[in-house]
Ligand binder design. Sequence first.
Ligand code: FAD
Length: 558
Amino acid sequence: MTPRQLEGRLSVLPQIQPEDLTELAAQGFRSIVSNRPDNEAPDQPSSAAFQSAAEALGLHYAHLPVVGSAISDQDIGRFGTLLDTLPGPILAFCRTGTRSTTLWALSQARFRPVAQLLETAAGAGYDLSGQALRMAEIASTDLADEPTFDVVIIGGGSGGLAVAASLLRRKSGLRICLIEPRQEHYYQPGWTMVGAGVFNAEQTMRPMATLVPTCIDWRHAPAEAIDAPNHRVHLAGAGAVRYRALVVATGLELDWEAIPGLSEALGRNGVTSNYRFDLAPYTWDLVQGLRGGTALFTQPPMPIKCAGAPQKAMYLSADHWRRAGVLGDVDIAFHSAGPALFGVADYVPALMEYVERYGIALNFGSTLVAVDGAAKVATFASQDTAGVRTESSRAYDMLHVAPPQRAPRLIADSGLANAAGWLDVDPGTLRHAAYADIFGVGDVVGTTNAKTAAAARKHAPVVAENVLSTLAGTPLAAMYDGYGSCPLTVERGKIVLAEFGYGGKLMPTFPTWLIDGRRPSRLAWHLKSEALPNLYWNAMLKGREWLCAPGRVPPGAV
Ligand code: FAD
């Protein structure tokens, strides 16, 4: 059985049988879509049979039945949404595969040339020439209604809102469009504190509407494609907008589904994560409830946002158990896919003192690969020096998971990614390598800085200034130095304040007599628990650029 690939995430097949799903799962497919209505033929298995076979194998399943002669605009939209939201790779099927291929081509007609779609379909064995007119119609709709903005920003998180504010500070009349589907904005660095009972969750969330300046045209829908050659962004179910300059600020994606059993176990069975607003309070519940047993903390392969967050959760939990007098009864283990406790060696000695104080067992090169929530067992994979992979399972009473993380698919699908899928920008100017009117900010960029809000705070003025230079047709002048920061909460009341730039170069903000980032500091704790949230809400998101003036591009460098 050889699926016919239409694009990276989607392949199609003629009618399959429920028992074929085992082989498709083994081939790596994670989602199945049936486009065939039930009871078309007497020998046809039902959708319910596919659903239960898929679920037994841990595959996602969707039924979007269509009749070839009556595919509606709604069907096309729904197929596009499935393509966007189901975990890939996806296998779609109908009786011959034609309906699935047609749905795909029609759902993509706004984003890709019709000739290219017809050619791809033909390569997979499907002649869609009868659909060419409809594809052309779809491709030409919306165009007349598309507004053009000076700047379009995709994503209203830390980076997107900071850039918007920095742009407006510099040029108040700018026509800006923000594309952001969420109604809430989160201060994610606060979630570590929520997981330790220092903040409550509500302190880390504000309604987006209170943060987006009213002069900005805010579109409440996700961007589903960036048409860089034509300076357009397509929104899911909400038309398209054109830009003179584009800022991509989508952050990264948390891939909870990459670990079988994890999604189902989260929030119960002792499984938690400070990487989610709704789960950070559960971390604190678990920490307070644990009087003995095994507590596991996991870290996935890099890059992740706030690389210190997995161990921050661990130290603060251990500190609570120490204060509660039960530390000796809790076996704590850190399982990290990486080879070292922290990527910048200067901070490791101070962290090791805490590892020893709390009696933490370190397991490097050990990646969480499965969770059995009901049995409370976690499975880890590791490789020996000869590359031989082994798996081992451990029972736990509490499991704190930092999920695998990846670049949003939108970036690669829009042809804007580097080899690893991240937005391909210059590490200094943050301008896209191929498109002079596209810039990136925050976690989505493919630079080697630490993915942190602290980095986004430094990105924002650089991008704002360089966007305005682009609009004015003048050379780019602002330059980012790679700064990122990770306040490692080693105990309640003390922090090892890691601040570093490209190549792991230490970049302390304060003189060492005030805060020596390589030693635990009480003052740094006050910085994290009081000053930084204030700086975030009242300075960074308002365009007040304290301590983050951009560097200068050397003359003749761009
Ligand atoms: P985000 O803030 O995640 O925002 C991305 C936005 O883009 C979201 O609003 C999303 O809805 C939107 N979006 C996504 N896709 C689309 C689309 N297709 N169309 C439209 N909108 C879209 N950083 C620190 O500096 N210090 C810390 O101590 C710290 N601790 C952390 C602890 C934890 C537990 C976590 C989870 C993070 C921590 N961080 C910390 C990291 C910090 O929160 C992120 O680096 C920062 O939020 C990145 O900003 P961003 O704008 O790139 O992404």
